[in-house]
Design a protein around this ligand. Structure first.
Ligand SMILES: [Zn+2]
Length: 351
């Protein structure tokens, strides 16, 4: 019905004037007559007026302008109507100058103004034909497999170095934001990630044991020597800790880790490492910590170790200061004297 009404309103001459002389688009004409642009398309066909290719008649002219003291190619943005250098437009092969008709700024503004709408639309479109598209992609891939793989490989080799550098640079400049985002994502979906971790742990069990075996075989001598060293040092060092004392120490730290909020997987840690040939297993040198912290500290000087960036993420600094006072007190020293003592132990350690 609408077609007949519009047809009565627009004559052939009028339409050809609008279309061929004034170069109006179908949408613009539709707006003038308050109808759908497809109706105008039908009408053009019926009258036998050749329709112009989309965007064809209004391709922006490429001009030369001065920009930063240099002559550069430029064109007019269809939204803000300003003449801007081609650099300020995103790549779009079909448009004039190989750039899109809207400038970057206008595109961005449009996106920001309609963010939810655009996102929703693309989401619904994505899911509407999701299965079908997946199948199509898969078919296409299997059909052109050899060629596609070759292309991928070539592209990869050609841009590998460049991409690696760019990725690394991006990571380093945005490290904090990236880590923050990842942490947030994990917190929000903690159950899902834990499940994934568990699955990965099971999946890689065999691989891991092979790796451990290999590592052991390669470093057999060192590992054996280290364990021997540790055992002999432990033997020659004072060992006065009783079961009741250890229980008392654990209760002093609320039966949890002395440096973090963990309450399971705890190890007995020697503040002055056993391998230094100093310290020993007595009240004032041992305390419970989570295995990760124990593993991280290893045989480094605790006062040097605590300054490391990755350690600061593991350790609660308030708890660290409390622990130092606790140990110093049980060694009958001030905190500063205790630190000096530990430093001396490291200087005179066994090699
Ligand atoms: Zn613009």
């Amino acid at each position: 019905m609408a077609n007949i009404k519009v047809q009565n309103k627009i004559s052939k001459e009028e339409l050809s004037e609008l279309c061929l002389v004034q170069h109006k688009s179908m949408r613009e004409i539709a707006k003038m007559f308050d109808c759908n642009h497809t109706t105008i398309g039908d009408l053009l066909k019926r009258y036998g007026i050749p329709s112009r290719p989309p965007g064809g008649a209004r391709k922006a002219q490429i001009v030369q302008i001065e920009h930063d003291g240099q002559m550069v190619e430029a064109k007019r943005c269809t939204v803000c109507n300003e003449v801007k250098p081609l650099e300020d437009f995103n790549v779009g092969r079909k448009s004039s100058g190989g750039r899109q008709p809207k400038c970057k700024e206008c595109r961005k503004r449009h996106y920001e103004d309609n963010r939810t709408h655009i996102n929703n639309k693309s989401m619904t479109n994505y899911y509407k034909n999701h299965e079908e598209n997946k199948l199509k992609r898969r078919l296409y891939y299997s059909k052109h497999k050899i060629q596609l793989r070759k292309q991928q490989k070539e592209y990869y080799l050609l841009n590998h170095e460049k991409n690696l550098l760019a990725n690394r640079h991006y990571y380093h400049t945005n490290k904090d934001t990236i880590l923050q985002k990842e942490r947030l994502k994990r917190m929000e979906n903690i159950e899902y990630y834990r499940e994934q971790d568990r699955k990965r742990y099971v999946r890689r069990k065999e691989q891991r044991s092979i790796y451990h075996q290999k590592y052991y075989e390669m470093n057999k001598a060192t590992i054996k020597l280290n364990s021997k060293k540790r055992k002999t040092s432990l033997k020659s060092l004072p060992f006065t800790l009783t079961e009741q004392q250890w229980d008392q120490i654990q209760s002093d730290f609320n039966y949890g880790c002395a440096l973090s909020k963990h309450h399971s997987n705890l190890n007995m840690e020697h503040f002055i490492p056993v391998s230094w040939g100093h310290g020993g297993t007595y009240v004032g040198n041992v305390y419970p910590v989570h295995w990760k912290i124990n593993h991280s500290k290893s045989d480094t000087n605790p006062f040097v170790w605590i300054e490391r960036k990755d350690v600061k993420e593991l350790v609660d600094m308030d708890k660290w200061h409390r622990l130092i006072s606790y140990l110093a007190e049980h060694n009958h020293l001030s905190v500063d004297k205790f630190r000096d003592f530990v430093t001396w132990c490291e200087k005179t350690r066994e090699q």
